[in-house]
Ligand binder design. Structure first.
Ligand SMILES: Cc1cc2nc3c(=O)[nH]c(=O)nc-3n(C[C@H](O)[C@H](O)[C@H](O)COP(=O)(O)OP(=O)(O)OC[C@H]3O[C@@H](n4cnc5c(N)ncnc54)[C@H](O)[C@@H]3O)c2cc1C
Length: 471
């Protein structure tokens, strides 16, 4: 094994997902250089065969990246847990299908009013920076508009007050000029908001020093943080003054638990998900390979914080159905024929039903779920959405639901929240309470109870932290 010498660096960012790249984008407005640790490729080590076999439509065929993610992060996944970890591992992600909330509600008492306001204003600058599709209101004043059309049966719901809060999400598509009209006009490959396309938009690429390693662990050394990084059989150490962790909630939590020697189990919050398929009375004429969700229904009840979204059928979902149920292959043409009559829905429930845990046992981190039956609760609550769509004459009175398993919602957060005391907590600057040289800018900080599509908020917060670190 070759061992390289340590260097002392000022600020190092780890991870190049939406959080990492948004941090870099904002940081380089004022600073002349940033160091980034981001692995391009890690070879497969031991594959865990009990990992989820069916991947989300956007990630079909990407099993290797998921195995690499678990292996590199020394994580073992236990059978009843269907988490997949990072959106991508190795290189800049090419996945998409992102819808984001166009609102932000503060469900955390220790997130100060000022910080909350600051994140909101950074959400606005994030939307503007990439000309994303959608609208955004701040205290009822519309401050951002780059709108897209939705089918008329949903437009009507949006206009009048209903038993649900009905609105369009922000979509992860970047536009170069003001957009209005049908989503079919979008060029999916080049316009989707993913790390690869976002990176192309960075005009200060020369100021980024990439280090092609993954972060194995961190230690305190004198007054600095020492990072031990790996790539195949190479190991490299960095000494840093400020470490910015953007490795996604699960990897970040594991790195911090290791650093603080936390032996007890830590809860990873998420939004338990139920999938539904409805039969639409009217055709939904969308030709994209992966049409994002067009509409959200949010419960108004305080004790029942759920969101259901609505997405027209598309070719990639058809492929995923065949992956999940291979006996359906002969019916592929039939499914594609009916595709425009199918409405798919994600029903995402409050983080109070979270069932994902991380614990270190015998030098390995285990990611697991407990034996808790939550699918019945989800089905019961989801029925309100079916009844609503039926009552409004949008669907025929039949539907089918599918519970994809614990953690198969892919929104992981809230393990190192904003709080005033405790080891696993952050102050409002996103500094780890136990070590102020470490900044955590991914979903770990937030308990997204009301917000169900948190990506924009995570990106906005990363931009906020970059702003004061670059001062
Ligand atoms: C299929 C799918 C669909 C989703 N759809 C939506 C959606 O529609 N709306 C929404 O709001 N959210 C969605 N999410 C969740 C969303 O992707 C995450 O909230 C978001 O990716 C978080 O961004 P991040 O930058 O914090 O983490 P990530 O995107 O997970 O990025 C983590 C980065 O860290 C790197 N990394 C990991 N471990 C290490 C290590 N040890 N060393 C170095 N680098 C490391 C990875 O390579 C990656 O670059 C979806 C997730 C999935 C999987």
């Amino acid at each position: 094994m070759s061992l390289k010498k340590s260097k002392v660096l000022d600020v190092v960012v780890v991870g190049t997902g939406m959080a990492g790249l948004n941090f870099i984008d904002k940081y380089l407005e004022k600073k002349s250089k940033v160091h980034v640790i981001s692995p391009t490729f890690v070879k497969n080590l031991n594959l865990h065969t009990n990992q989820t076999k069916i991947l989300p439509s956007q990630m079909r065929g990407e099993h290797n990246k998921i195995y690499n993610y678990f292996n590199a992060n020394n994580l073992k996944i236990i059978s009843n847990c269907k988490a997949i970890g990072s959106l991508n591992f190795g290189g800049l992600t090419n996945y998409w299908g992102l819808q984001m909330d166009n609102y932000f509600e503060n469900n955390q008492p220790d997130l100060s009013k000022k910080t909350f306001k600051d994140i909101k204003s950074n959400l606005f600058s994030f939307l503007k920076r990439y000309n994303l599709l959608g609208t955004f209101k701040n205290t009822n004043r519309q401050i951002y508009q780059n709108d897209f059309n939705i089918p008329s049966q949903f437009t009507n719901l949006e206009k009048k007050p209903q038993e649900f809060i009905c609105n369009k999400p922000i979509l992860g598509f970047m536009t170069s000029k003001k957009f209005s009209g049908n989503l079919n006009a979008i060029k999916e490959e080049s316009q989707k908001l993913n790390a690869k396309n976002l990176f192309k938009k960075l005009d200060k690429k020369r100021k980024i020093a990439f280090h092609d390693f993954f972060l194995k662990d961190i230690k305190k050394k004198n007054n600095l943080i020492e990072l031990t990084c790996k790539k195949d059989d190479q190991e490299k150490k960095f000494l840093v003054k400020k470490l910015v962790l953007a490795t996604g909630t699960i990897a970040t939590t594991k790195i911090i638990m290791d650093f603080l020697k936390i032996k007890k189990e830590v809860k990873i919050k998420h939004h338990p998900r139920l999938l539904s398929v409805f039969l639409s009375r009217k055709k939904l004429d969308y030709n994209l390979n992966f049409t994002p969700s067009l509409f959200q229904f949010r419960s108004k009840l305080n004790k029942d914080k759920f969101t259901a979204d609505i997405r027209p059928g598309n070719k990639l979902i058809t492929e995923s159905i065949i992956d999940a149920f291979p006996f359906m292959r002969p019916f592929k043409m039939v499914i594609n024929f009916f595709r425009k009559r199918l409405i798919f829905s994600n029903f995402l429930y409050d983080s109070s039903l979270s069932n994902l845990y991380l614990k270190k046992t015998n030098d390995k981190f285990h990611l697991y779920s407990k034996d808790k039956k939550i699918d019945r609760t989800l089905r019961k609550k989801n029925k309100a959405v079916f009844n609503f769509l039926k009552k409004k004459g949008i669907i025929f009175p039949i539907y089918k639901t599918f519970f994809p398993g614990n953690g198969a919602d892919y929104h992981y957060f809230g393990s190192i929240p904003f709080q005033k005391r405790g080891k696993l907590g952050l102050n409002n600057k996103c500094q780890l309470l136990a070590e102020k040289k470490i900044y955590i800018i991914d979903g770990s900080a937030f308990n997204f109870r009301t917000n169900k599509y948190p990506l924009g908020i995570v990106a906005a917060n990363a931009r906020r932290v970059a702003r004061y670190l670059s001062r």
